[in-house]
Design a protein around this ligand. Structure first.
Ligand SMILES: *[C@@H]1O[C@H](CO)[C@@H](O)[C@H](O)[C@H]1NC(C)=O
Ligand SMILES: *[C@@H]1O[C@H](CO)[C@@H](O)[C@H](O)[C@H]1NC(C)=O
Ligand SMILES: *[C@@H]1O[C@H](CO)[C@@H](O)[C@H](O)[C@H]1NC(C)=O
Ligand SMILES: *[C@@H]1O[C@H](CO)[C@@H](O)[C@H](O)[C@H]1NC(C)=O
Ligand SMILES: *[C@@H]1O[C@H](CO)[C@@H](O)[C@H](O)[C@H]1NC(C)=O
Ligand SMILES: *[C@@H]1O[C@H](CO)[C@@H](O)[C@H](O)[C@H]1NC(C)=O
Length: 390
């Protein structure tokens, strides 16, 4: 034993140290071209499907889903440069109905993967009404938001926002990308059902956060959508988790991530599009809602009279003899939320008094959430009888 020459010991030790170093460095960078076998922390509706597709939510209403890289990432190691990071991912949102959706996806950097107590809907599964806005949250989120929520000053129902400890974004823009081929900005529909790539780059030296979007298979545009000066040193702790948070509201969307790369030591590697898992496409809605004859007996009369009246009137409106007059699902949501006034003359119209030739113009606003028992009942019956009956 003692005959073993010293250099071997030294070499062995050297090898072990090197290996540990490489491993330690690897923890701060990774790439998933599909998530088959990925070691992620999942909760809520989040799951990895057999083909490697990461599903954050399905179309169950008022739910959340989280998917985070298991190991904490070192961020704030005394030098501002250590705050830098680069990430790149591909997502697709497949709404249940063409023009109704909720709520969105947020790339998230958080001190913990425990989101117990976080709300669904406009809170995106990140925070709740008690802790929203607190500096002690140490939370950074880049939201891809498909609902205009007035409470959080959302600009529209198709935007990208930078959230620091608060669902009220510090900066946001309508989803779009600069097409160098066209030489102009093109609007992107987050809910198109087509995959969209996102690049998020933070330079801790310059305090500059850039968010860039483009549809697959376009290359990374050379002009970012958001380029925001922000010092993340008060926000990012040394040990943080990176991942995705997603939620549904009264309306729901299938939220998927197809691939993801993350890097603390340089530019995040490009995702290999050809390796990404396939995803389900949107099913055509089976028909406009039919008449809601009476209130759902399962509610046992536990509802507000005004809300039930509105729901019943909506049922009538949806069965208007003139198909062009019937409201779209988006309008239905707006009436339910009180974002648009219900046109009472429509009911008279259906009763045969006069004809309505002009379709009402409705502002492009979306609803946020309907916590009441009636609307829960509306949803239950919507899925079982209302919408299916065509
Ligand atoms: C969504 O997923 C949950 C949990 O996996 C399941 O219980 C629920 O039925 C699913 N909802 C839909 C609409 O598929
Ligand atoms: C990040 O590091 C800087 C420099 O060491 C320090 O002043 C700051 O308090 C740190 N931030 C957090 C949230 O720990
Ligand atoms: C998550 O946090 C809640 C309190 O917000 C706590 O009750 C629960 O035990 C925690 N769960 C885990 C797995 O740590
Ligand atoms: C908000 O979340 C925190 C942390 O999980 C929890 O302690 C608190 O009870 C939650 N508030 C509400 C209103 O649910
Ligand atoms: C294109 O989008 C960028 C980023 O939102 C914006 O700064 C720029 O003004 C837009 N240009 C045009 C021509 O709309
Ligand atoms: C991280 O950046 C380094 C340096 O640019 C690069 O060699 C490495 O491939 C990157 N890793 C990932 C997973 O993006």
């Amino acid at each position: 034993m003692t005959a073993t020459p010293k250099p071997v010991h030294f070499l062995l030790l050297f090898y072990v140290c090197l290996k540990t170093l490489v491993l330690a460095q690897d923890e701060n960078q990774f790439i998933y071209n599909g998530f088959q076998g990925a070691n992620l922390h999942l909760d809520g509706l989040a799951q990895i499907l057999p083909n490697g597709l990461l599903q954050l939510t399905n179309t169950s209403v008022q739910q959340t889903g989280h998917a985070f890289y298991q190991l904490p990432i070192k961020f704030n190691d005394s030098l501002p440069q250590t705050l830098s990071f680069s990430t790149n991912f591909v997502f697709v949102m497949v709404p249940e109905y063409t023009d109704v959706s909720g709520h969105g996806i947020a790339f998230t950097i958080s001190p913990s993967t425990n989101f117990t107590g976080a709300f669904e809907g406009p809170y995106l599964g990140l925070l709740n009404s008690t802790n929203n806005g607190f500096a002690s949250n140490h939370l950074l989120a880049i939201e891809l938001d498909t609902i205009k929520d007035r409470g959080f000053n959302d600009i529209d129902n198709n935007h990208v926002g930078i959230d620091v400890n608060d669902l009220k974004s510090i900066d946001s823009a309508t989803a779009s990308y600069y097409s160098s081929r066209e030489g102009k900005n093109e609007t992107l529909k987050l809910l198109s059902g087509n995959p969209i790539q996102v690049w998020i780059d933070y330079d801790g030296g310059e305090n500059l956060l850039k968010v860039t979007l483009a549809p697959i298979p376009s290359p990374k545009p050379n002009r970012p959508l958001l380029s925001t000066h922000i010092d993340l040193s008060p926000t990012l702790l040394n040990s943080m988790y990176v991942g995705f948070s997603s939620s549904t509201g009264a309306t729901a969307t299938n939220h998927y991530i197809l691939g993801w790369s993350f890097n603390k030591s340089g530019k995040a590697q490009s995702i290999e599009i050809s390796k990404l898992p396939s995803f389900p496409h949107q099913r055509k809605p089976r028909g406009k809602p039919a008449i809601l004859e009476t209130s759902d007996p399962r509610l046992r009369g536990e509802y507000l009279k005004e809300e039930m009246e509105l729901v019943l009137k909506l049922g009538l409106f949806c069965s208007h003899p003139n198909a062009a007059v019937r409201p779209s699902m988006r309008q239905v949501v707006q009436y339910l939320d009180g974002d648009a006034l219900f046109p009472n003359d429509i009911i008279l119209d259906i009763a045969g008094i006069g004809t309505l030739g002009v379709r009402n113009e409705v502002s492009p606003e979306f609803a946020m959430s309907f916590p009441s028992s009636v609307l829960k009942g509306f949803h239950d019956s919507a899925s079982s009888s209302l919408l299916d009956s065509g």
